[in-house]
Design a protein. Structure first.
Length: 123
């Protein structure tokens, strides 16, 4: 499955669209690893919109952005990410808002824990 993103780069006067994927499952079957792929794909799409020479598989860190899952007017939900660089919206996805929000929150919490565990204080 591929999904559509709408991207606005700060300072631009227009939005662009990019397809991201593929993902092996439909949204109702997404595991944490699939959520990571969606979020990373969205962040990479935003970077490519800003810098077309950016690598499609560049490393991504799931921190430093705001996110929300919102209902879409014709059904389903969208994921919106906002960064200093701009914003990217993906979807709509046929999954419940509360389920997708809970999955993203779990993935983001795991990322915060991994970052905190990796940080070591040397005295």
């Amino acid at each position: 499955m591929e999904f559509q993103t709408d991207i606005w780069v700060r300072g631009e006067h227009h939005a662009t669209a990019q397809s991201v994927g593929p993902l092996p499952w439909e949204p109702n079957g997404w595991a944490d690893e699939d959520i990571v792929m969606v979020l990373e794909g969205m962040l990479r799409a935003l970077k490519r919109a800003n810098d077309p020479s950016a690598s499609a598989d560049r490393p991504v860190s799931l921190r430093g952005f705001s996110w929300i899952v919102n209902p879409f007017e014709t059904g389903g939900v969208v994921i919106a990410l906002e960064l200093t660089l701009g914003a990217v919206i993906a979807g709509p996805f046929d999954v419940s808002e509360s389920d997708l929000s809970a999955k993203i929150e779990r993935v983001m919490a795991a990322e915060r824990t991994a970052i905190q565990s990796a940080a070591q204080t040397v005295h």
